[in-house]
Design a protein around this ligand. Sequence first.
Ligand SMILES: [Zn+2]
Length: 202
Amino acid sequence: MDLSKTGKFIAEKRKNKNYTQSRLAEILGVSEKTISKWECGNGFPDTTLILPLARALDISANELLSAKDLTGEQYRLQAEENLVILKSQQEATNRQMLALEWVVGYLSTLTFLVMIAVGSFLVKPLEWQICLIVFGFLNLFVGAMTAMKIERNVGFYECGHCHHKYIPSFKSFFFSMHMGRTRYMKCPNCGRKSWNKKRSGK
Ligand SMILES: [Zn+2]
């Protein structure tokens, strides 16, 4: 995605509509600075703003993503291409998030072990030992919760029976048995329990 091309396209369409940057910002409920950032090619609208922006500019989301006016066959081909691009961007983000989950998990476990070791053997006054151990556990808890939140939100789970793909509720996710990222959960579609594999795309 060429951000400066998209920026110029947004500016052009905005001027066609006789909107100032501040008027467009008002319509979309964002700051004027945000519009200027997009138009200068220093950013791209959030997924949630793509449709509202396209509508405000009287273009299709497809045209916005392609940064050009599209007609007929061209439109269909470009739509397919954009779908593939968006999908691969999503998958790349998912992979990054899952890598982040490992980092968070390992770091918090490591900090936990160091704090417990230091708290138990090295530091002398009892108050300090208690402090270190309490913070060690707190740190482990926050790390584990963060890692789990990341894991639940990335991609989806696939039922072992009916292959239904879904995102579990935090409760059922939290209390499920797991081996790595595969979790034993009840499928909301067929209602049967099985080991559900994590899928980050496709
Ligand atoms: Zn199922």
